[in-house]
Design a protein around this ligand. Structure first.
Ligand code: NAP
Length: 284
């Protein structure tokens, strides 16, 4: 199947001077078991996804690499993200972890490498970010960014290095709309990536979302993903089912009205599905 017609969002920070374009819709791989990853990612690529989000923490980078190799899609038409795991924040360990990620993926150049979680209690944020900037300078990654960073974390690394992350990947969905942090990202020129965009399925039975889906003859998942797209965030829903991969990709032929957008945004309860960054930062 041809590529999903997802808009491309330019990353201008955390690159080596070039603009790096990221497809606004990608495919997530958290909890995709290593043994199934090659098959599942091959299916996602067949459906038309061209942006894959993985991490050393997920244990499935090698499966992603095998799927990329077998799919036969030109490398420059794919966008691959991976992440630095929590135990490797020391600069020397970070360089080795990046090498290991590249070996597991089997590629020469990665598109985006992120610090997975801020680990301020174990390693200075500045030291880890300086290592990320050095990795960017090596030419083996096109852009570097962070994940789960709070305002003080962002300010600390930008002040220390003068290099602003390309993206901040944070939990965002209708029950956790993250307005202040998204605003700060925007102000700093950082693209927000919304992880768990479907709140791991929890928002799909919300009555308001269900009613809007009925009004538009769409599914709840399509309505939620469309809400993210119209807010300008990058998303990568995960699914083990091909029919859902296809469903989640059909979101570029309809629009939510301003009223529907506002109704969904008003569902915010500041309710997380995953950890708060403050709970993670000392835990390896
Ligand atoms: N940076 C971080 O710290 C961080 C943390 C968490 C996630 N992430 C990234 O974000 C990606 C997405 O987040 P996520 O995987 O946590 O959650 P998610 O994408 O919000 O939700 C995935 C769940 O929703 C179900 N689902 C997917 N499409 C559906 C549909 N159309 N209808 C009904 N159910 C559907 C999936 O079930 P099936 O698989 O059974 O279809 C799965 O249980 C991850 O895979 C990962 O790449 C990053």
């Amino acid at each position: 199947m041809s590529a999903i017609p997802a808009p491309m969002i330019p990353l201008t920070n955390g690159t080596r001077g070039e603009t790096v374009n990221i497809p606004q819709l990608g495919f997530g791989t958290y909890k995709v078991p290593p043994a199934d990853t090659q098959r599942i990612v091959e299916e996602a690529l067949e459906v038309g996804y061209r942006h894959i989000d993985t991490a050393e923490m997920y244990g499935n980078e090698a499966g992603v690499g095998k799927a990329i190799a077998s799919a036969g899609i030109p490398r420059d038409q794919l966008f691959i993200t991976s992440k630095l795991n929590n135990a490797f924040h020391d600069p020397k360990a970070a360089h080795k972890a990046f090498d290991d990620t590249m070996t597991a993926l089997g590629i020469d150049v990665l598109d985006l490498f992120l610090v997975h979680w801020p680990m301020a209690k174990t390693t200075s944020l500045e030291a880890t970010w300086t290592a990320m900037v050095d990795i960017l300078g090596s030419g083996r990654v096109r852009a570097v960014g962070v994940s789960n960073y709070q305002p003080d974390h962002l300010r600390t690394i930008i002040n220390a290095t003068g290099v602003t992350p390309a993206v901040n990947q944070i939990e965002v969905h209708p029950y956790l709309t993250q307005e202040p942090l998204r605003e700060l990202d925007k102000e700093l020129g950082i693209v927000t990536e919304a992880w768990s965009p479907l709140a791991r399925g929890v928002v799909l039975s919300d009555p308001t979302i269900d009613r809007i889906a009925g009004e538009l003859s769409r599914t709840a998942s399509q309505v939620v993903l469309r809400w993210h797209i119209q807010r300008g965030d990058v998303v990568f829903p995960k699914s083990m089912h091909r029919a859902r991969m296809e469903e989640n990709a059909k979101i570029f032929d309809f629009e939510l009205t301003d009223g529907q957008m506002a109704e969904i945004t008003a569902l915010n309860r500041n309710e997380r599905q995953g950890s708060h960054p403050d709970e993670v930062q000392g835990v390896k």
